[in-house]
Design a protein around this ligand. Structure first.
Ligand code: ARG
Length: 479
């Protein structure tokens, strides 16, 4: 019987077993090249290292290795220059590159020795995500820096702090911004932690059951920097887990979803603060748009879109969890659906972090409006209760008394600090001549000295701490 030769357009994976090609409709349905092409750099690097290892263990000659590496380099150059023609009939990035290599150099047919696309795609994604996590981490640092810069620039500004979106107690504007710096710091830590589990080399796991060939997995892992702090190779320990595991994608998307949620909350604060009702800030024109109908409008679109885009990032995470939940071991083609979720999450979150950082640097504070809002003496009602506590009144009673004081001011249609000591004493005999000193806002802020509190000294200390922490670029761990 005459054997069918692999044809130019039939995928390498179908060359021997299949009598018929795929219908165009099935090709279109199943291709992933339209989105996984962006793994090309990592795919080529992984292949070069795999070939280097094959040569070392005697499965490729030096000449074959050279031909493969040169061929892959040339393909990389073509892709970079936009000359490479991706073929959907070759399904994915792995087959496109391998098929083209084999067309150019005969030794290309040996590249896939001891390898499956199942461990190859896991490898590519881990390498891609490793880079992405570092980039996102840097962007987060940039965002923290812009928040700290704005906080430092406006370090004297006070605003009401809110619970239930009702005015609560006065805080430094800087304290409010530094709350987000804390959140983004936890986000960075989460990414770094996830990186440890991304940084595991699956190559050598084959389709699911490794290989009978004498592959050197450690060599591959080390050459691709899958190493721990001590320089030891980080290898997946179970071939079945290695090809079916996408936990590392879920972990990243979960960390990214939380970043998106933090960004969304910040965006909501910015939207509120820039409204006429609050008027605390002005976002620069470059980050706002007008209305097509109402000429006076300036809309905080970048903040709104950041808030809106968190929805798809959350959706991507849920989508990935649903993708995995019913999969039997090991690799299943369903897993191809992981990439668009991952890429979309990475692209969206990185852009949101970057633009939010720029927007913060281009936001100014309306100092007078903030001062007027923070000067509301009601914000110091709790301080008045604390005053009574210092005079020995049990807090529950003090709370009740100050409630009566507030009601009295309301009755009189005056502000809290307009009540005389005599007025106060009608509510409690514990009020002394010094009671009204409570309403000195500056002194009130100086009184807040607990660690983590919004007091003047403490905020100054926190600003200094963040300046120091964010000044130096993150130290590389010594290898
Ligand atoms: N395009 C595939 C994916 O993204 C690559 C792996 C294909 N493996 C397979 N056995 N068909 O998952």
């Amino acid at each position: 019987m005459k054997r069918k030769q692999p044809t130019k357009s039939s995928p390498l994976s179908r060359s021997g077993r299949f009598a018929h090609g795929m219908s165009v409709e099935v090709q279109r349905f199943s291709e992933s090249i339209s989105f996984d092409w962006r793994l090309w750099r990592h795919d080529i690097l992984g292949s070069m290292v795999h070939a280097t290892m094959l040569a070392k263990v005697g499965l490729l000659t030096e000449a074959e290795l050279k031909a493969i590496v040169d061929g892959l380099e040339a393909i990389g150059e073509d892709i970079r220059e936009g000359r490479f023609k991706w073929k959907p009939e070759l399904e994915d990035v792995h087959m496109n590159i391998e098929a083209e290599l084999t067309r150019r150099v005969p030794a290309g047919a040996k590249l896939h020795t001891g390898r499956s696309r199942n461990d190859q795609v896991a490898l590519d994604m881990r390498m891609w995500l490793r880079d992405e996590i570092r980039l996102l981490g840097d962007e987060l640092t940039g965002l923290q820096r812009s928040l700290v810069a704005l906080a430092a620039r406006e370090s004297k500004v006070l605003i009401p702090g809110y619970t239930h979106l009702q005015r609560g107690q006065p805080v430094h504007f800087a304290h409010h911004l530094l709350a987000y710096v804390e959140m983004f710091d936890r986000d960075r830590a989460r990414l770094e932690d996830a990186l440890e589990r991304v940084n595991v080399c699956p190559l050598g796991s084959g389709a699911l059951a490794g290989s009978t060939l004498p592959l050197d997995r450690s060599m591959v892992a080390k050459l691709l920097s899958f190493t721990d702090a001590k320089g030891r190779a980080c290898l997946s320990a179970n071939s079945m887990d290695a090809v079916s595991d996408r936990d590392f994608v879920v972990e990243f998307c979960a960390a990214a979803a939380l970043i998106a949620v933090h960004l969304s909350r910040l965006a909501e604060d910015l939207v509120l603060w820039s409204s006429a009702e609050f008027g605390f800030i002005r976002i620069a024109d470059a980050f706002t748009t007008g209305s097509s109908l109402m000429p006076q409008k300036k809309n905080p679109d970048v903040a709104e879109l950041t808030r809106g885009k968190s929805a798809r990032v959350i959706g991507n995470l849920v989508s990935l969890l649903a993708l995995l939940k019913g999969l039997p071991m090991t690799y299943n083609r369903d897993l191809q659906e992981d990439k668009e979720r991952l890429f979309d999450t990475a692209d969206t979150v990185r852009a949101c972090v970057r633009l939010t950082a720029q927007m913060m640097l281009n936001t100014s504070v309306n100092a007078e409006v903030c001062a007027a809002a923070a000067a509301d003496p009601l914000l110091l009602a709790t301080d008045l209760a604390d005053y009574l506590v210092r005079k020995g009144v049990p807090f529950r009673e003090a709370h009740h008394v100050v409630g009566q004081v507030v009601a009295l001011a309301e009755q009189r249609r005056c502000t809290l600090d307009a009540l005389s000591v005599d007025d106060l004493q009608t509510c409690s005999g514990a009020f002394g001549a010094d009671a009204r000193e409570v309403f000195d806002l500056k002194a009130a802020m100086a009184r807040r000295t607990l660690p983590g509190s919004p007091g003047t000294q403490e905020v100054r200390k926190q600003l200094k701490r963040w300046h120091r922490a964010l000044r130096a670029p993150a130290q590389e761990t010594a290898q």
